[in-house]
Design a protein around this ligand. Sequence first.
Ligand code: NAP
Length: 284
Amino acid sequence: MRVLVTGAGGQVGTDTVMVCEAAGDHVAALDHASLDIGRRDQVLSAITSFRPDAVINCAAWTAVDACEADPDRALALNGLAVRNVAEACHRVGAHLVHLSTDYVFDGTLDRPYHEWDETNPMSVYGISKLIGESEALALGPDSAVVRTSWVSGAHGANMVKTVIALIDQHPQLAFVADQFGHPTFAADLAPMLRLVALDRRSGVHHITNQRPTSWFGFVQEVVAVLGRDPAMVVPIATADLQPPRPALRPPNSMLDNAVARMNGLPPMRDFAEPLAELVRRLTA
Ligand SMILES: NC(=O)c1ccc[n+]([C@@H]2O[C@H](COP(=O)([O-])OP(=O)(O)OC[C@H]3O[C@@H](n4cnc5c(N)ncnc54)[C@H](OP(=O)(O)O)[C@@H]3O)[C@@H](O)[C@H]2O)c1
């Protein structure tokens, strides 16, 4: 398969490029410096010259709190830019796999969200990502939107790296116990993105590692894997965060991988396994 990966220098993009290369794909790995998806001319030129079978769009402005202060930029990079990618895919018949987020939901449901649940983003980032979804899906059956959540990986900033950086500097770590989601690992997500591209699957897919927890619970597990006492992590409420975060987060971010399950795709692993692998890798 000929695959073009945008945002190839990011957390998910880096692992996606590695997985596709390991599978023998012919990969165009375009990081932000090589391709700005906000630039229609650049996008059309890159995609029509490489003529990929699939484009995996890992590029996004992921600074959730910063998006609140600059809605135009968020909408341009996470929304309108996806139109550029979709248009270029249409020109060459490439399948588009576009990454999206649990933040398209308001988090008030009392069960995990499946793919057909109503969206209602509570933040500028969430709104911009929902617009990106509709731009991608405008391609019809030649596009898939993959919503994922709480991503950690070897490349880029994430919660596992934050905990590793903080653990020796503080006797106690406080994390919110009233936001729930599915921690997901880029190394496990990347093969699923490739599979969606290879099969030319359509529509919205929730793809996460298995087993929900709170941020508090997740950090406790990270601390335990690091060989320290999970009791050093204390639970707090989102309302107690000082200073408060500019962007609202959904209290329930849990994504039911319903479409994958109904399609008979194998579920991703319990997050404990990739967590242990990542910690080993980051602390080796
Ligand atoms: N991280 C999570 O917890 C999470 C959760 C749910 C969904 N997602 C989604 O998963 C996808 C990948 O996220 P990630 O965790 O890999 O984020 P990331 O590490 O921030 O990667 C995003 C990449 O996109 C690049 N980028 C930003 N603006 C761009 C532009 N205009 N043109 C081209 N590239 C641009 C960034 O480059 P610079 O850094 O140089 O700007 C960065 O390398 C995103 O769609 C995100 O919304 C992430």
